[in-house]
Design a protein around this ligand. Structure first.
Ligand SMILES: [Zn+2]
Length: 130
């Protein structure tokens, strides 16, 4: 059974409990790494400068505590294989639905892979109302 690395575990621990809960179920059936949970000001602006985020601090859902967003990638990492990203996100979404039905989590999620203007394949965030 796949398991998180120490780094992935540390990053996941900075995330909202519902993101953590789904990731902890997903790792049991699909190997992936957590690249990012919470981002502070310096990290957020560095991500913006590198073109990895379209938002400056504190506008990203990675900037809250706990983080309302997580970046996850199939492991081993192959940025060119978008099929594996979709497969991972499909499983994430199926687990999330099931866990909502069971009352284990409340959150609904939005996927950066679904964004039209800026495809952000690793990005999963909690939908906020309003
Ligand atoms: Zn992200």
């Amino acid at each position: 059974m796949p398991a998180f690395s120490k780094k992935s575990e540390e990053r996941l621990n900075t995330c909202h409990p519902d993101l953590q809960a789904v990731c902890r179920e997903l790792i049991k059936q699909y190997d992936f790494a957590v690249l990012c949970g919470h981002r502070g000001k310096a990290e957020q602006n560095a991500a913006f400068d590198a073109g990895n985020s379209r938002l400056i601090y504190p506008q990203s859902k990675h900037n809250t505590k706990p983080s309302l967003a997580v970046d996850i990638v199939p492991y081993p990492i192959d940025w060119g294989n978008l099929y594996r990203f979709r497969e991972m996100l499909h499983r994430f979404d199926a687990l999330a639905r099931m866990m909502r039905e069971r009352g284990e989590i409340e959150s609904e999620f939005e996927y950066g892979a679904d964004w039209e203007s800026f495809k952000d394949y690793p990005h999963v965030e909690i939908k906020t109302k309003g």
